[in-house]
Design a protein. Sequence first.
Length: 151
Amino acid sequence: MTITTPAGDRAIDQALASVTVDLGKTDHKASLLLAFNGALAAGLAAAGLVHWPTPSKVAAALAVAALVAATLALLSVVEPNTKRLDGASWPHWQTCTPEQIHASLTTDRRTEQIATLSRIAARKYRWLKLAIVLDRATIVLLVAAGLLGAL
């Protein structure tokens, strides 16, 4: 059994709050990028690639592939996590009796929550980073398609 001091409790509470805020940031960033990707997709659809020269079509097709991959990565960020990874969150509680929930809530599981939420945040940030790289590639390929079409 671990005994914490009031300072230790504050540090645990701060760490839990910090990781919770970071999780919210990933979802917010992913939502913004999903909207951006939707705007890019709408722009591509409106561009009508039918009369573009072949090199431009190839670059645009690669851009579309990168955009689709980025969107799939972003969907992995916002996908809800319903796994029972810890004993201190609703995915766990949904399988419990009221007595088990009471026992869970009266046991200090903040450090378990921090570890679990940190793993979730790390996974979300990896997907988010991949989506940003793919969005950059999309933009570069769209610029290339435009330049190739102007030649």
